[in-house]
Design a protein around this ligand. Structure first.
Ligand SMILES: Cc1cc2nc3c(=O)[nH]c(=O)nc-3n(C[C@H](O)[C@H](O)[C@H](O)COP(=O)(O)OP(=O)(O)OC[C@H]3O[C@@H](n4cnc5c(N)ncnc54)[C@H](O)[C@@H]3O)c2cc1C
Length: 347
């Protein structure tokens, strides 16, 4: 019997595809050549065509962490690779292989439904599984790098599929080898390693209440999942209602000395626990203290309920967003001497 996998049909091409509904800022964007990738094996031939034609190229998941120009020239790879399966169980760990196009939050739900807890603190983060390792998504004291065994990707430097181990991914706060090399890898699958011994992580202030509440003295993964969903729905604007990309700036890491100096000057300074000897400041608090919450610049503005979020009130463009970002960065630098880095990827 021949078990060889048949070659998939080439990636479907759409010319001048409207992407307004495929980026959470709701920016009006046209992709000159949009290719729908539903199978890893479509990638080599497409990359060959891209190289032959010397087209620029970009990868797009669900567009929840990007600032897109009005025209995305060249080729845009729309990552729609489906599929999730439990590939291996060991006494201590379970391994899951998941396609890059799978919706992140749906995966978190699926793991809980299948008694594979661990990812619950990362519930409701928008986006695809393939994008999760790019900035090492994180929330409520957990980063996805802790649960990734390896990443399968097409390496456009060597024109080969590669398996990139956790250590090789160079995961750090909102950072990875993929983020450092934006036009090198196309992530096709992520292989997760979920420890069978589960521990609740409820040390972040928003979740600490459930740990101390009598009714949930021993919170289950499901309770944490639901709490995270409730807290996030209250705090963050729904991109379906108002365009945004979640946190617009990374929380800046400062040295212990700089932290102490700032704390002496601003006793209400908000910060988060961090590993190592650096301290993570709350970028939203810094922006709020500059009086910028709710400020508008034409069609874009700082969200009224959370200063860390920039919103598109309607017809904003990438240029408007970046103009507002510069004003915010300058004010925070002036007032606190702290540099804010933009979190979404500017394509
Ligand atoms: C309301 C809201 C809340 C958010 N909250 C959080 C949060 O709590 N924590 C957090 O970390 N992030 C958060 N984000 C950001 C975002 O959800 C994540 O960064 C997510 O992983 C992006 O997924 P995506 O599929 O939309 O990626 P996209 O926005 O489409 O792409 C992001 C980047 O990854 C690249 N990329 C995407 N897929 C691939 C692939 N398969 N191979 C190679 N490169 C790829 C793109 O080229 C781009 O540079 C939030 C965003 C929103 C809108």
């Amino acid at each position: 019997m021949n078990c060889a996998k048949n070659a998939p049909p080439p990636a479907k091409l759409t010319l001048n595809l409207e992407l307004q509904s495929r980026n959470t800022f709701g920016l009006e964007v046209v992709a000159e050549r949009a290719y729908e990738i539903t199978d890893s094996d479509q990638v080599p031939a497409l990359m060959h065509e891209i190289t032959q034609n010397q087209w620029k190229w970009h990868v797009l998941g669900s567009g929840s962490n990007v600032i897109l120009p009005p025209v995305l020239s060249g080729a845009t790879l729309l990552m729609n690779i489906a599929g999730q399966k439990l590939t291996q169980t060991e006494p201590d760990n379970a391994y899951l292989e998941v396609g890059a196009g799978v919706n992140w939050h749906e995966l978190v739900k699926w793991t809980l439904d299948n008694d594979l807890p661990g990812l619950e603190n990362l519930a409701l983060i928008p986006g695809t599984v393939g994008a999760a390792p790019i900035q090492n998504i994180g929330a409520y004291g957990v980063e996805i790098g802790q649960y990734i065994d390896h990443v399968r990707a097409y390496d456009t430097n060597t024109n080969q599929f590669v398996s990139i181990t956790n250590a090789e991914c160079e995961f750090a706060y909102r950072d990875s080898i993929f983020k450092k090399n934006p036009n090198r890898f196309v992530v096709t699958q992520v292989i997760f390693k979920l420890p069978k011994v589960w521990q609740a992580r409820v040390h972040y202030a928003d979740l600490a209440a459930i740990a101390s509440s009598n009714s949930t003295a021993n919170p289950t993964p499901q309770v944490i999942f639901e709490t995270v969903c409730t807290v996030r729905s209250k705090k963050l604007p729904d991109p379906k209602v108002i365009g945004n990309a979640g946190s617009f700036f990374q929380n800046p890491l400062v040295s212990a000395n700089q932290y102490e100096a700032l704390l002496a000057k601003f006793p209400k300074l908000v910060s988060y626990p961090d590993v190592g000897n650096q301290r993570k400041l709350a970028a939203g608090w810094l922006i709020d203290q500059c009086g910028l919450k709710g400020q508008r610049l034409g069609e874009v503005g700082v969200y009224e309920q959370q200063a860390l979020v920039i919103v598109n009130h309607g017809k904003g463009t990438a240029a408007d967003i970046l103009d507002l970002a510069k004003i915010i960065q300058d004010k925070v630098q002036q007032q606190f001497g702290v540099t804010l880095e933009i979190e979404p990827n500017i394509l």
